[in-house]
Ligand binder design. Structure first.
Ligand code: PAF
Length: 275
């Protein structure tokens, strides 16, 4: 595995026939392993799998967890080696962002709801860094997890509207045995919070079982299940159209139920396709 830490080195890499990128912020876990696995298949025998680790300051809104976000350099390196990554790109903030930077990438339709509403500026930061990574690594394809469904949709839009050559591949949410979606932020949870966080998936399954209900009824069901966990503090529970991410009044084909819930200081998100 080649490890590179500067944009200059990235530019000097021989171009693979097909370079498939797994963009991450590190603290790698099973869901990332699954992404590398899918990337490997997509890259084929002549292609290569690149994985980037960069905790992107631009996508952390003020007061969020940028400083305490887990940075596990050695463990992540080992993880990548074992998973079969060919190229690990781990740039510094100074290399990625000039102090007087003045160009950003902003999606302006899908970014206003859900995470965009709770985390102003978040998707501008995501789009900017993802566009940079696609350019720097000349990615032919890139993988994004469906747990961050809104991010996936926004990156697709960016690729479409700005004509990136990068093909976006969605990877279904990978869950622990008890249903909790893998996330680097799960590491913040203490035992009690971790146990109670299983209500997220339970609530989404309860909604899926409920059938074609109205938005009011579905949200009520989800809130009731989540509130069974005394440590849970709901940020949002929303029923939206999975294409536009705008609120809808009733479950119908292509509905998405999205939730964001705090356990202590840790904010977790999850979602489920209904109908
Ligand atoms: O999903 C993430 O880990 C990040 O938002 C990403 C796509 C690596 C951009 O920093």
């Amino acid at each position: 595995m080649r490890i590179i830490t500067t944009i200059e080195e990235a530019r000097a890499q021989p171009q693979a026939k097909c370079r498939v990128l797994v963009p991450t912020m590190g603290a790698l876990h099973e869901a990332h392993g699954q992404m590398v696995h899918v990337a490997r298949k997509h890259a084929g025998d002549d292609g290569e799998v690149a994985l980037s680790i960069f905790v992107n300051p631009l996508q952390f809104e003020p007061g969020s967890d940028y400083e305490r976000y887990p940075r596990l350099e050695k463990m992540d390196e080992e993880f990548c080696r074992k998973a079969g990554v060919d190229l690990l790109f781990r740039p510094s903030v100074a290399d990625m962002y000039a102090d007087d930077r003045s160009v950003f990438v902003e999606e302006s339709f899908l970014s206003n709801t859900l995470e965009g509403e709770s985390r102003p500026g978040h998707f501008r930061g995501v789009c900017t860094v993802v566009a940079k990574l696609f350019n720097i690594l000349s990615a032919d394809a890139a993988l994004f997890g469906e747990k961050d469904f809104q991010q996936l949709m926004i990156v697709r839009r960016m690729v479409r509207d700005l004509n990136f050559k990068t093909t976006i591949i969605a990877v279904p949410t990978v869950r622990e045995e008890d249903g909790l979606a893998f996330s680097s932020r799960n590491q913040y949870l203490n035992n009690e919070e971790r146990n109670q966080a299983t209500v997220l998936h339970k609530a989404l399954l309860a909604a899926a079982d409920a059938g074609n209900k109205s938005e009011i009824e579905i949200v009520q069901i989800v809130r009731r299940v989540i509130n069974e966990a005394p440590l849970a503090r709901i940020d949002y529970v929303e029923l939206v159209d999975a294409e536009t991410l705008k609120p809808i009044e009733r479950v119908r084909p292509n509905s998405l139920l999205a939730v964001a819930v705090f356990f202590g200081k840790t904010r977790l998100i999850d979602n489920f396709r209904l109908a």
